[in-house]
Design a protein around this ligand. Structure first.
Ligand code: E4P
Length: 222
């Protein structure tokens, strides 16, 4: 299972990369705005900076909603770095753009996916990744995890190679549920990734080990 971090914050990306478990980054226009990154040149420089930190795929989202605009933007983004994945919204022209980029060998991430039918279309169009937003479904009392389960079944039924990128992950249980179902990738905040390492028995066990070691050293030196 690949771990992507869902942020445009360079410090958090560095921290996740330093942990040694990071496989990539996803961004979106809201995450870029949150970091105060505005203007074409700044956005481009920011994507380049992210690509210098991380070895894996970096999703960069287009702003256009028409086919020609998505192609123009996507080609420019893809030219920035070999690890850039062009993020395309699940709309009609987006499907055409996914097919266009797939035919050209440019990696894509189909974003804003909320139904199995949308995921089927994205796979048919040759998307590299499909991003079902599980947290946002949970927010409206619909099960995000059930959506991942359904997409897994559909993709396995037909051997689609599109990778299921569980997005809008909010906490550690989302990650674990996705891992149990067989999502190929999850993207979430640093807190959810780091949260996986926490267990009170680990903390108390380590405290005991260290205390016992200290006692035995003191005894040996007495
Ligand atoms: C995915 O690529 C999106 O950037 C992201 O996961 C959305 O998450 P949110 O619902 O927490 O905004």
């Amino acid at each position: 299972m690949k771990f992507f971090i869902d942020t445009a914050n360079l410090d958090q990306i560095r921290e996740a990369q330093d942990l040694g478990v990071l496989d990539g980054v996803t961004t979106n226009p809201s995450l870029m705005a949150k970091e105060g990154i505005t203007g074409d040149e700044n956005v481009i420089n920011h994507y380049k900076a992210i690509c210098e930190i991380v070895e894996g795929d970096v999703s960069a989202e287009v702003i256009s909603t028409d086919f020609e605009g998505m192609v123009r933007e996507g080609e420019a983004l893809a030219a920035l770095h070999p690890n850039i994945v062009v993020k395309i919204p699940m709309i009609k022209d987006g499907i055409k753009a996914l097919r266009y980029f797939s035919n050209k060998g440019i990696k894509t991430n189909c974003t804003l996916v909320f139904s199995p039918g949308q995921a089927l279309l994205a796979a048919k169009a040759g998307a590299t990744y499909v991003s079902p937003f599980i947290g946002r479904l949970d927010d409206i009392s619909s099960s995000g995890i059930e959506l991942i389960e359904k997409i897994r079944v559909i993709y396995d039924n037909y051997g689609f190679e599109t990778e299921i990128l569980a997005a809008s992950v909010r906490h550690t249980m989302h990650i674990m549920d996705c891992a149990m179902i067989g999502a190929d990738v999850m993207t979430g905040p640093l807190s959810a990734i780091v949260g996986l390492l926490k267990h009170p028995l680990t903390d108390s066990g380590l405290a005991t080990f260290l205390a016992d070691h200290k006692k035995s050293v003191e005894k040996a030196n007495a």
